[in-house]
Design a protein around this ligand. Structure first.
Ligand code: NAD
Length: 506
C-alpha cells in the first residue's frame, strides 16, 4: 500500500473513532459511574479513545434489559421472524466490511489482510446460524409401541452472558452472539478491555438491523469488575467464555453459587508433528502460517513443532529463512504479515518467555523489527531451538510469534511428546502414510486435529478443547446443547397402567 493511500485510510479511521459508550436497552450510554479508561494503539501506544468503564450497576441495567426483552418481544417472536433479524445482521456487517477490518487492525495490531478474512467470517457466522436453526434445531420423537409418544423440544434459556478475549475480537464475539440470538436468547456481551472498538461497531450494526431494545447489550469494563458481576448475576443463566485457562477456572468457581451453565474455550499449546515423508514445502507453509498468523496470538496456533530427526536440519534451515523474510510492520499495510502485539503488558509477558528460554538453554533465533516501529509492541518472529519438552517454553502458552521446536525419532515418541502437556485444543499431523496419519490423529489428546492441512475451519464441526483447553463445544449443532434447554414431553396414547396407591380393594 502506498504511504499516501495508507495515510488517507488512517485519517478516515481516526475520524470514525469516537469514544466508546456502553450499549444498553438499545441506547449508547455512559457508565453509571461516568468512569472511563484509555484504549491504546498497539503500533504507537498512543491513546486512541476513551472507553466507558462499566461495573456492577451497568451489568444490572443490561441484564434487566436483556431479561425484559426475553420475556417480551424477542421471546414471543416467531422463529422465522427472528431469523430474518439474524440474516439482516449479516447483511449489515457485509455492508460495513470495509470499515470494520481497518478498525479491528487499528485497535488490535492484527494485519489488515487477516482482519478482512475475519470480518467476512463474522457475517457468515450469523448466516450459518440462521440456517442451522431453521434446519437443525429440531426435536426427536420416541415411540413406545402403541402406548406412548415422547418428544423433545429445545427452548432458549434466557439471558446469555458472553465474555470474550482480544485476539480476534469481532470474529469471536459473533461466533457466540450468532447462536445465542438465533436460538432465541438475549445477550449481555462483556468484550475484552484491550480491544473494545469493533464490539461497539457490532452494537451499531445490530441497532441498524432493528432488533428490539434489550435483545443485545454491550458492557465494557474490566474482568474483575464488569466480567465478574456478569458471572455472579442470578438472572444470567449461562456464561460462554473464551480466554485464558486460569480465568476460565476463576469464572467456573464464581459461577458456582448461581449454578451457571458454562462453556469454556481456553488456552492451547498445540503440536504440529511433521514426519520425514511429509510434503515438505506444504508442511513448511502450514507450520509458518499456523504460528505467525494473527501475530501468534491464536488459540489454535501450532506453537510446538515436533520434527522427525531425519528432516530436522533441512526444515530448520527453511524455517530460519522464512522467519527472516516475514514482513513485520504496520498492521494497516496490506503487505504486513506480523504486526504489533495487543498491549505492552502482553509484550513484556512474551519477552519474559524469551528470557526464560535463554535461561533454560534454548537457542533463540529471531527475525528483525525495523527501528521505525520502536514505539510499538513488536516481537520479531522467533524460533526456539534445543528445547526439551519439560522446559517452560514447551509447556506454557506464550501467545506470541514464537515457535518451540523439538525432534522425535518414531511415531510412539511423537505421540508421547505431543500429549505430555496440560493443554488439548488442536493438533496437526503431516505424513503421506494415510494409516499413520489417522493413527496419530486419534492418539493425540486434542479437541481438533488436522491432517496435512493448516487450521481450516468447517463451521459445522465441533470447536473446542480437551484437558485444560476447555469444557464443551461450540460450532454446528453442538452449540445448541449449550444455548438451549431440551425438554421432553411424554404423551400417553392409551390408558396405561397407573398404580392405585391408597385405593380400597372392591
Ligand atoms: P483473559 O482470560 O485475560 O480475558 C478474556 C476475557 O475475560 C476478557 O474480556 C476479560 O476482561 C475477562 N475476564 C478476566 N477476568 C475475569 C473474571 N474474573 N471474571 C469474568 N471475566 C473476566 O484472556 P485474553 O488474554 O483476553 O485472551 C487470550 C487467551 O484466550 C489465550 O489463552 C487464548 O488461548 C485464549 N483463546 C482461546 C480460544 C479458544 O477457542 N479456545 C480462542 C481465542 C483465545
Amino acid at each position: 500500500m502506498s504511504q499516501k493511500v495508507q495515510k488517507k485510510q488512517l485519517e478516515g479511521i481516526k475520524q470514525e473513532i469516537k469514544d466508546i459508550q456502553l450499549y444498553i436497552n438499545g441506547e449508547f450510554v455512559n457508565a453509571a459511574s461516568n468512569k472511563t479508561f484509555n484504549n491504546l494503539n498497539p503500533l504507537t501506544n498512543e491513546v486512541i479513545n476513551q472507553v466507558a468503564e462499566g461495573d456492577l450497576a451497568d451489568i444490572e441495567k443490561a441484564t434487566f434489559a436483556a431479561k425484559s426483552a426475553f420475556k417480551g418481544p424477542w421471546g414471543k417472536m416467531k422463529v422465522s421472524e427472528r431469523l430474518i433479524y439474524i440474516k439482516k445482521i449479516a447483511d449489515v456487517i457485509d455492508a460495513h466490511i470495509d470499515e470494520i477490518a481497518p478498525l479491528e487492525s487499528y485497535d488490535t495490531g492484527l494485519p489488515i489482510s487477516q482482519t478482512k478474512n475475519m470480518v467476512k467470517r463474522a457475517a457468515n457466522n450469523f448466516r450459518f446460524y440462521a440456517d442451522m436453526v431453521s434446519s437443525r434445531l429440531v426435536g426427536e420423537a420416541y415411540q413406545v409401541d402403541d402406548e406412548f409418544i415422547n418428544y423433545t423440544i429445545n427452548k432458549p434459556i434466557g439471558v446469555a452472558g458472553l465474555i470474550t478475549p482480544w485476539n480476534a475480537p469481532f470474529m469471536l464475539e459473533t461466533w457466540k452472539i450468532a447462536p445465542a440470538l438465533a436460538t432465541g436468547n438475549t445477550v449481555v456481551l462483556k468484550p475484552a478491555e484491550w480491544s473494545p472498538i469493533t464490539a461497539n461497531k457490532l452494537a451499531e450494526i445490530i441497532d441498524e438491523a432493528g432488533l428490539p431494545e434489550g435483545v443485545f447489550n454491550v458492557v465494557h469494563g474490566f474482568g474483575e469488575t464488569a466480567g465478574a458481576s456478569l458471572v455472579a448475576h442470578p438472572d444470567v443463566k449461562l456464561i460462554s467464555f473464551t480466554g485464558e485457562t486460569t480465568t476460565g477456572s476463576e469464572i467456573t468457581k464464581n459461577g458456582a453459587d448461581s449454578l451457571k451453565r458454562v462453556s469454556m474455550e481456553l488456552g492451547g499449546k498445540s503440536p504440529i508433528i511433521v514426519f520425514d515423508d511429509a510434503d515438505f514445502d506444504r508442511a513448511l507453509d502450514a507450520c509458518t502460517w499456523g504460528i505467525f498468523s494473527f501475530n501468534g496470538e491464536r488459540c489454535t496456533a501450532n506453537s510446538r513443532l515436533f520434527l522427525h530427526e531425519k528432516i530436522y536440519d533441512k526444515f530448520i534451515a527453511a524455517l530460519k529463512e522464512r522467519v527472516n523474510n516475514i514482513v513485520v510492520g504496520d498492521p494497516m499495510d496490506e503487505a504486513t504479515q506480523v504486526g504489533p502485539l495487543i498491549h505492552t503488558i502482553h509484550l513484556n509477558n512474551v519477552k519474559r518467555y524469551l528470557d526464560i528460554a535463554r535461561e533454560e538453554g534454548a537457542e533463540v533465533i529471531s527475525g528483525t523489527v525495523s527501528e521505525e516501529y520502536k514505539h510499538g509492541n513488536f516481537v520479531a518472529p522467533t524460533l526456539l531451538l534445543n528445547v526439551t519438552n519439560d522446559q517452560t517454553v514447551a509447556q506454557e502458552e506464550i501467545f506470541g510469534p514464537v515457535l518451540t521446536v523439538m525432534t522425535f525419532k518414531d511415531e510412539a515418541e511423537a505421540i508421547e511428546l505431543a500429549n505430555d502437556v496440560k493443554y488439548g485444543l488442536a493438533g496437526y499431523v503431516w505424513t503421506k502414510d494415510i494409516q499413520r496419519a489417522h493413527r496419530v490423529a486419534h492418539a493425540v489428546d486434542a479437541g481438533m486435529m488436522w491432517i496435512n492441512s493448516q487450521n481450516v475451519r468447517d463451521l459445522r464441526t465441533p470447536f473446542g478443547g480437551s484437558k485444560s483447553s476447555g469444557i464443551g463445544r461450540e460450532g454446528g449443532h453442538y452449540a445448541f446443547d449449550f444455548y438451549t434447554e431440551s425438554q421432553v414431553v411424554h404423551v400417553a396414547l392409551k390408558d396405561n397402567h397407573i398404580p392405585q396407591f391408597g385405593k380400597k380393594k372392591d
